[in-house]
Design a protein around this ligand. Structure first.
Ligand code: ADP
Ligand code: MG
Length: 155
């Protein structure tokens, strides 16, 4: 299991890492985002969407749970926050197995439905503007993606 961490000093830097990651993913990639409210999960997703060439503004899908965007690859932006005490399966697997890339805020709330192989990102708030992003690859194809990111970004 490979894991790297990156420190960022503002939202723009977090978006930049996400934008670079978007150039490393492949069809069907699954990325989970953990971190407290205000950590930067949606900010990360905005940068990621930009990296996929998505022009539409990305906003938090809290009330819809899943939003789809069309880019170089389709993006499925999910927010499981409202599903904390729900056992409901709203068909996540279909998204995980589809052509697009899934990015899931509060993924631990749907842990039963997550594929074993995935890229796990945890964002920790260090100060008002500092964040530490811990990125862990589960599965060899995600290790390749992480290596590629490290190649662009440095470790
Ligand atoms: P979440 O989706 O995790 O609840 P958001 O992305 O909606 O968090 O909010 C994060 C907030 O923190 C935004 O207002 C963003 O501008 C701010 N912020 C400040 N510094 C950073 C940083 N280094 N990385 C990400 N966001 C940051
Ligand atoms: Mg959010």
């Amino acid at each position: 299991m490979k894991s790297y961490h990156y420190s960022t000093n503002d939202a723009e830097e977090t978006m930049q890492i996400a934008e670079e990651l978007a150039t490393c993913v492949t069809p069907g990639s699954v990325i989970t985002l953990e971190g407290d409210l205000g950590a930067g999960k949606t900010t990360f997703t905005k940068g990621f969407a930009k990296g996929l060439g998505i022009k539409r503004a990305v906003s938090s899908p809290t009330f819809t749970i899943i939003k789809e965007y069309l880019g170089n690859l389709p993006l499925y932006h999910m927010d499981a926050y409202r599903l904390e005490y729900s056992e409901e399966d709203i068909g996540f697997e279909e998204y995980f197995e589809a052509e697009g890339v899934s990015i899931i805020e509060w993924a631990s709330f749907i842990s039963d439905f997550l594929p074993e192989e995935r890229l796990e990102i945890t964002i920790k708030k260090v100060s008002e503007t500092e964040r530490v992003l811990q990125i862990t690859a589960k599965g060899t194809s995600y290790e390749d993606i992480l290596e590629q990111l490290a190649g662009v970004k440095g470790e």
